[in-house]
Design a protein around this ligand. Structure first.
Ligand SMILES: [Zn+2]
Length: 201
């Protein structure tokens, strides 16, 4: 019943001058306390609603919908394997409160990223390929695990949002980057080539 009354919140977008509260994207979000306050519960419900109703959304963080709180949500469904060569781990919808991560290897990998808080832009950024992560569910129960490849990237991207970091802040000057249309074309041809190469191995 409450679900039906919910609406999508507009995203806070760093490169949209009409967004009043863009600062929220570049500052550290607040730690959440347990048991959740009514307000935090509502933010959590909104984030879940938004995530479930968004197309092609791998993950979201509370500051993206205007709340400076340490809450993220993400999933890696089976289909991700079709367009991410390193989507080894799949995971169902996971909400993490006060999440943190630690790299389990120094190795990093470059891959494409985009974000609902960055309008029409994407680029290649380096992320750790193997991380340990932990956080809490809505009831304050600890959740922890290891993530590799794309899931590790996703967790780092979302936790970055809680620390005021967007993927554009990690773009090296020589990194490939561009509008979504430009990078889509590049990614498509690269993916084909990689799939062909791995088929021949
Ligand atoms: Zn993002």
């Amino acid at each position: 019943m409450i679900q039906e009354e919910k609406k999508m919140f507009p995203y806070v977008i760093i490169n949209n001058e009409n967004c009043q509260n863009r600062d929220i994207l570049i500052k550290a979000a607040e730690e959440v306390t347990f048991p959740l306050t009514k307000e935090d519960r509502e933010i959590t419900e909104q984030l879940i609603y938004q995530f479930r109703h968004e197309e092609n959304c791998a993950g979201l963080a509370a500051p993206q919908i205007g709340f400076s709180k340490r809450i993220i949500i993400f999933s890696v469904p089976e289909e991700t394997k079709e367009h991410r060569v390193d989507a080894f781990d799949t995971i169902s919808e996971t909400l993490l409160i006060n999440p943190t991560f630690k790299p389990l290897s120094d190795k990093k990998r470059l891959d494409w990223e985009a974000c609902f808080s960055v309008n029409d832009y994407g680029g290649e950024v380096e992320r750790f390929i193997h991380v340990y992560y932990e956080g809490f569910d809505i009831n304050g129960k600890e959740i922890k695990g290891e993530a590799k490849g794309f899931l590790a990237r996703l967790i780092q991207h979302e936790i970055g949002h809680l620390n005021g970091q967007l993927f554009i802040h990690l773009l090296k000057p020589n990194a490939r980057q561009g509008t979504l249309e430009e990078i889509r074309a590049v990614r498509r041809s690269e993916l084909e080539a990689m799939k062909k190469a791995s088929a021949q191995e």
